[in-house]
Design a protein around this ligand. Structure first.
Ligand code: NAD
Length: 483
């Protein structure tokens, strides 16, 4: 906090409709008495055009580190190679591990087909398939690594429960696909089951992501807080946003231990930029989240109430305009002035969630390291011989094994093809060959190197290995499908 009692925040005007909706948002905050001191930085199109592929000036990081609070208007991401997504860069650089997206419907003032929705999606923001580690391993097969960490799971799940508690919510739902991904998604689900014990006042449940997403589309009113991984959360939050009635209504926060970024979920809307008709609500509600985050819940409530009252009075931007509920279609400026004129008023029908909303963020927890033992190895081969007959491969590869590290199975795209494969199974040029020690006896890296040397000597092209380990005696690897 600065000497004048104001909280310094970093602000970016953005591209397209960005400056219009940021101007609107800042004037409402000022009129509402927000105790903030903005520092302006440049991000987006102009920065990209200067050849800075990250879209953010190197000097801007100093402001973000100083303030730890970033209110950002949408930017235009240039098409083409070599340009990095600014959002991903900021999220990862500043470890903004939690993506928080509330979705609310405002029937009857913004008809939605799903009255009474008031949910929040808490999406893990740093891990999963978004690590961006991809390889083409054979002429036919590519892979993308799905990385999930114990502290990453524990941190996001704990944040979801703390948010539920801070906002007086009743239920937390976890969504994973751990019926298929038992190790990675299983880790997320197990963290959920462990952590929920500390929040006995909250109801909890778990849904497999496919049926969970279906239910989100069909009956979103049944959800309260949803916590999920990065990719599922990305998809789920867009499904949920569709429900609200306009993309212009939804805010989001990206929360980290040292910094937080607040923005609308929509983009820079180049099709309506410069016309003065954009709906500033998504960014304004993001600013409301920001005010709660910096401990100004009183101002947040004033702004939120005035905005709800404006909707109730039928003053709507063009994207919200509906026959029968809209009294006046407003441009951005008129809508903003209508909100300012209602500061201090309360809505009569629409309801907003109370509560301080501040969630304390603990450092990522670190569990004691378990006892680790290597008991085998998966050797991946690029093999395109013998009509891709797994029996031929199995016979030749078995000769590479040793009494303490024998060939146990071969799979192709995860399906068991040796021993006792099925002739119908399609086979690519990518083979996972598992060598395992008998009775989980521990092997060492010397055993691995000797095995790989024999595999090489038999003329095989190995493309990678994955060691098979137990942790406190529990296997840390999956079985082959059909094993
Ligand atoms: P968009 O969200 O900008 O626009 C989609 C549609 O919604 C358009 O018809 C637009 O007019 C309308 N719309 C969006 N916001 C509105 C608002 N506040 N009021 C009224 N109507 C609104 O999505 P897009 O067209 O796919 O993307 C445009 C640019 O924005 C792209 O360069 C994209 O990369 C970028 N983008 C940036 C962010 C961000 O900075 N966080 C997020 C998404 C997209």
């Amino acid at each position: 906090m600065a000497a004048d009692g104001a909280t310094p925040i970093t602000v970016a005007w953005g591209d397209g409709i960005g400056p219009e909706i940021m101007g609107a948002t800042l004037s409402v905050l000022e009129a509402a008495g927000a105790r903030i001191r903005p520092e302006f930085i440049e991000v987006g199109e102009k920065v990209y055009r200067r050849g800075i592929t990250s879209g953010i000036e190197p000097g801007a990081w100093a402001s973000l580190r100083r303030t730890g609070v970033f209110l950002k208007a949408p930017i235009t991401t240039p098409q083409g190679k070599g340009v990095k997504s600014l959002n991903v860069t900021i999220r990862k650089t500043l470890s903004l591990f939690a993506n928080v997206r509330p979705v609310v419907t405002y029937d009857p003032f913004v008809p939605s087909g799903h009255p009474g929705v008031d949910l929040v999606i808490v999406r893990e923001n740093e891990e999963d398939l978004y690590a961006g580690i991809e390889h083409r391993q054979t002429p036919e097969v590519s892979q993308c690594l799905k990385l999930v960490s114990e502290p990453g799971c524990a941190r996001i799940v704990r944040y979801a429960f703390d948010l539920a508690r801070a906002q007086g919510r009743k239920r937390v739902t976890c969504m994973t696909k751990d019926n298929i991904m038992k190790v990675t998604d299983g880790q997320f689900h197990r963290a959920f089951d462990r952590i929920k014990a500390g929040y006995p006042e909250l109801e909890t449940d778990h849904a497999i992501i496919d049926i969970g997403a279906g239910r989100m589309a069909a009956s979103p009113g049944r959800f309260d807080v949803v916590v999920t991984g990065n990719l599922y959360g990305d998809i789920l939050s867009d499904i949920a946003a569709e429900i609200s009635g306009s993309v212009g209504l939804c805010p989001s926060a990206n929360i980290g231990e040292h910094c937080a970024m607040f923005e609308a979920i929509h983009g820079s809307a180049p099709d309506i930029a410069g016309q003065g008709v954009a709906n500033p609500s998504g960014l304004l509600l993001a600013a409301v989240m920001m005010l709660r985050h910096i401990g100004q819940a009183d101002v947040a409530d004033r702004v939120h109430d005035a905005w709800l009252k404006t909707l109730e009075d039928g003053l709507h931007t063009a994207d919200l305009a509906r026959a029968g509920v809209t009294a006046t279609v407003c441009d951005t400026q008129t809508f903003t002035q209508a909100i300012i004129a209602r500061l201090g008023e309360r809505p009569s029908q629409l309801w907003r969630r109370g509560g301080g909303g501040q969630v304390a963020i603990a450092p990522a927890p670190r569990a004691p390291r378990p006892r680790k033992a290597m008991v085998g190895v998966d050797v991946f081969l690029d093999w395109d011989e013998g009509d891709r007959d797994a029996e031929v491969l199995g016979r030749r590869l078995a000769q590479c094994g040793a009494p303490g590290l024998a060939l146990q199975m071969i799979t192709n795209r995860g399906v068991l093809v040796w021993p006792n494969g099925h002739p119908e199974t399609f086979r690519t040029d990518h083979w996972r060959c598992r060598f395992h020690a008998p009775a989980d006896q521990a092997i060492d890296h010397g055993d691995l190197l000797a095995l790989l040397e024999r595999v090489r000597a038999h003329g095989f092209d190995f493309i990678k290995i994955e060691t098979l380990c137990t942790f406190d005696g529990q296997p840390g690897y999956s079985l082959g499908q059909g094993q």
